[in-house]
Design a protein around this ligand. Structure first.
Ligand code: URA
Length: 207
């Protein structure tokens, strides 16, 4: 099965899962968007009104800013990134997701991460940051890549501000723009290094 097919299968199971805590209040599941073969996975918080309407993550104002920021880093959801959230149904009234809700969707998010197997995960906002870096503080740690073990693999996690926070504060917007600017070079060297390792492993018949 291709990664795309594996993700479609997870999506189907999520749509059928009546135990998902936010399902009854939402219009539809907002699973993810982008290239399943991308080396970069971006994880936000949860769908808002427009995402709930369209079934795609980051299509409202924060999403428009995210697309611009991606473009400045020469990244795009058609090609170099896959985007999802820590919860995949809209919380009522756009409230913050509860820890129990994040845990319920987290089982599926972990499966998605396993399938996509990205070289780097960019967390957007504090909820997805806390999943990987529980002791981190966004105002201190944003933009700083952390290499960590994740289910038997090594991944790089880059905590970033949520684009909605950048829309609310000029200072955060400045930091967000700087972080996206350095993301490009940081991720490029990481992805190049990873594909070299894969090539070497292929030559040695390790993969
Ligand atoms: N904010 C998020 O965290 N995710 C979305 O999909 C949209 C807005």
């Amino acid at each position: 099965m291709t990664k795309k097919e594996k993700l479609a299968e997870i999506k189907k199971r999520m749509e059928a899962d009546k135990s998902l805590p936010l399902a009854s209040g939402a219009s539809r599941l907002v699973f993810g968007d982008g290239n399943p073969d991308a080396q970069i996975l971006m994880i936000g918080e949860g769908p808002g009104y427009w995402e709930d309407q369209q079934g795609l993550p980051f299509v409202g104002n924060a999403g428009k800013l995210l697309d611009q920021l991606l473009a400045t880093a020469h990244l795009s959801r058609n090609d170099t990134v896959y985007i999802t959230n820590v919860v995949h149904h809209r919380p009522p009234g756009n409230r913050d997701p509860e820890p129990s809700e994040i845990a319920a969707y987290g089982r599926y998010l972990d499966e998605m991460i396993e399938v996509i197997a990205p070289a780097a995960i960019v967390t957007l906002g504090r909820f997805s940051m806390a999943k990987f870096l529980p002791g981190a503080k966004i105002s201190r740690d944003h933009g700083r890549p952390v290499t960590m073990p994740w289910r038997g693999r090594e991944i790089v996690v880059v905590p970033m501000y949520h684009p909605a926070a950048a829309l609310r504060s000029g200072e955060v917007m400045l930091a967000e723009r700087e972080d996206f600017a350095s993301l490009e070079s940081g991720l490029k060297s990481l992805v190049d290094k990873r594909s070299e390792t894969t090539k070497e492993s292929e030559q040695m018949h390790l993969v």
